[in-house]
Write a protein that binds this ligand. Structure first.
Ligand code: ZN
Length: 308
């Protein structure tokens, strides 16, 4: 693979769109390209992974010959880009909610404004992910909460709304995300479940089979924005990774961090347990981007090592 911006790289990229280039008419075109310095770096938008499914986290990369930050939105959410490696490389960690409808979606990406703007918008097909269905049995108080419990649930909802309304204006994460525990993961994300045969919900996190007392670590660097007991979540720790991305650890037996504390990848957040709405000890780990829930297993396999 030739280095970016080299004659061969530029020529080969244009050759894709201009088949006659390969038929011997390419030389004058090549000189024309070389005389145009602005053409030395074509504008491009790439999505990783390229196959987009409901629940997929997506790394968006814009290569631009402009210093202007791309303006973007996707499925009603504003996509926030940050620059890396100088002003021409822009990245955003975004994604598609687990409940997003499948089919074509419009990803709008525009650089600059007015007649000089560059429009990289495209239609992105959202493929169905094949999540499972399941039934669970939990304590009756979690299916039909009493008046006291309803008061706490109400307070929890308000608190979480406040927490998720604000996020650091720059990425606080760096490099790859790491699993929060050394315990077997399950493919539980996206499972459609019934609790005690009544309440239906979609499982919006990943369960790890962690025995009570297993150390739970920060999946990446960030700031602890919530560290307290909640009704359904039990002892809960939420880490803000910036630009609307959070990881959430639930059902802990012990919390070892304070709200407002900065954490690095791998720092101890607490110990796993069985607090809140559970059927037994485990770690529930969720990834939230804006109001979308993304598959943690897919985030853990996303190569972000270049973004350190
Ligand atoms: Zn869970």
């Amino acid at each position: 693979m030739p280095p970016k911006g080299s004659i061969i790289a530029v020529a080969s990229r244009y050759a894709i769109f201009m088949p006659h280039f390969r038929l011997g008419f390419g030389l004058p075109l090549l000189f024309a390209l070389l005389s145009c310095t602005a053409c030395a770096q074509p504008n491009a938008l790439t999505l990783t992974p390229s196959l987009v499914e409901a629940g997929s986290p997506e790394l968006l990369h814009v290569e631009s010959r402009r210093d202007a930050k791309p303006d973007a939105d996707w499925l009603g959410r504003n996509v926030l880009f940050f620059s890396a490696h100088g002003g021409h490389d822009w990245f955003a960690l975004a994604g598609v909610d687990v409940e997003a409808p499948t089919g074509p979606s419009v990803l709008r990406v525009v650089i600059g404004s007015g007649k000089d703007s560059i429009d990289l918008s495209r239609t992105v097909e959202i493929h169905p992910a094949h999540y499972r269905t399941g039934t669970l049995t939990v304590a009756p108080k979690f299916v039909a909460p009493g008046p006291e419990a309803l008061k706490q649930i109400e307070a929890d909802i308000k608190l979480k709304a406040k927490i998720f309304a604000a996020s650091a204006p720059e990425p606080l994460w760096s490099g790859n995300f790491r699993a929060p525990v050394t315990a077997p993961p399950t493919d539980s994300f996206g499972t459609r479940r019934t609790f005690n045969g009544k309440l239906a919900s979609i499982h919006k996190g990943m369960d790890f089979r962690a025995a009570t007392g297993t150390p739970v670590h920060a999946g990446n660097s960030g700031v602890v924005v919530l560290a307290r007991p909640l009704y359904y979540e039990g002892n809960c720790v939420i880490v803000d990774h910036g630009l609307g991305l959070w990881t959430i650890s639930m059902h802990l037996s012990r919390i070892d961090v304070k709200e407002g504390q900065h954490v690095a990848t791998g720092d101890l957040l607490g110990l796993s347990g069985a607090t809140g709405r559970v059927t037994g000890p485990h770690l529930h780990w969720a990834v939230r981007w804006q109001d979308a829930y993304l598959d943690p297993a897919k985030l853990l396999t996303l190569d972000l090592s270049a973004l350190r």
